[in-house]
Design a protein around this ligand. Structure first.
Ligand code: SIN
Length: 293
């Protein structure tokens, strides 16, 4: 008998009441808009505590009508920890500030960053645990949304034998895959980072099991044959891309800021607005330990 692919997973009891702001969920499983916070000003301790809780509860938080300069964007990121320096910056690509990743697509762009399901920078030994994207310009024709996927739910929806099999595996995440293969950049001296992480990790706060391979960075599964690795990754990537209940969709407006938990989500920027432009900047935060089970 085949295991069902439409397994019911009850929508978790996620909190919607916070003292410091209002929350409007995007889906029962992932994503919420936060109303009533001005991120250009330092948050007080109760506001920040509520925000950290909402971040753990909803994984993707959207803030509208925020007017932030670059320093305020970085200061907001620093509340969570140390700012990440992007590997492409080392090679002289991607702007002048190592802590700011420009996310810019124009008519003559050869690619749009993040145009495929991925988790940010999993090639790093300790990847950023949180990213904050601030959008200043959205396409005139509309579009340019970002899709997010809940990777704890992605794990939960797998069959029990598949979970058991994946539990013993590790995968290699290689920065050359996106940065050279997809974006055509010249690697820095010593090459882009390459790291091995378990295929299933645990969220350090909730302990939830998370499917941790992504089509952006994962080159192969260690100890499997090339054919086995390719088939398994392809099945998992289809599971992530073709299971709509894992997803939420963030529609950007100018001055929207979105914050996501980079341990338990993936995202996909949709380039459906050619020849129009979209401009934003991303700050990411590192801290804690390597992803582990
Ligand atoms: C990214 O952080 O991968 C970019 C996402 C986006 O542009 O929507």
């Amino acid at each position: 008998m085949l295991a069902t692919t439409s397994k019911h997973v009850e929508a978790p009891e996620r909190r919607t009441e916070y003292a410091s702001f209002e929350v409007r969920s995007l889906t029962p499983h992932l994503g919420a808009e936060i109303l009533g916070l001005d991120l250009s000003k330092p948050l007080d301790a109760p506001q920040f505590r509520d925000l950290q809780q909402a971040f753990l509860d909803w994984m993707v938080l959207v803030f509208r009508d925020q007017t932030l300069n670059r320093d305020q964007h970085k200061d907001f990121g620093r509340r969570f920890g140390r700012l990440h320096s992007h590997p492409m910056h080392k090679g002289g690509h991607r702007g002048s500030d190592p802590e700011i990743l420009p996310v810019i697509t124009e008519a003559d762009s050869a690619y749009t960053a993040g145009d495929g399901w991925h988790t940010d920078v999993t090639c790093d030994e300790v990847p950023p645990f949180l990213s904050i994207l601030y959008m200043s310009e959205t396409p005139e024709c509309g579009g340019g949304d970002t899709l997010y996927a809940n990777m704890a739910l992605a794990y939960e929806l797998l069959s029990e034998p598949m979970k058991a099999f994946l539990g013993g595996l590790c995968a290699v995440h290689d920065g050359a895959l996106p940065y050279v293969g997809a974006y055509g950049s010249k690697p820095p001296e010593g090459g882009y980072p390459r790291s091995e992480h378990p295929v299933v990790i645990r969220h350090p706060n909730s302990g939830a099991k998370i499917l941790y391979v992504n089509s952006g960075f994962t080159s192969h599964i260690a100890d499997l044959s090339r054919r086995e690795s390719r088939a398994l990754l392809e099945m998992l990537y289809r599971h992530i891309a073709e299971t709509p209940r894992l997803h939420c969709r963030v529609q950007w407006l100018p001055n929207t800021l979105t914050l996501w938990d980079n341990r338990c989500t993936q995202h996909h920027a949709v380039w459906d607005y050619y020849p129009h432009s979209r401009r934003g900047e991303r700050v990411s935060v590192v801290g804690g330990k390597r992803p582990s089970y």
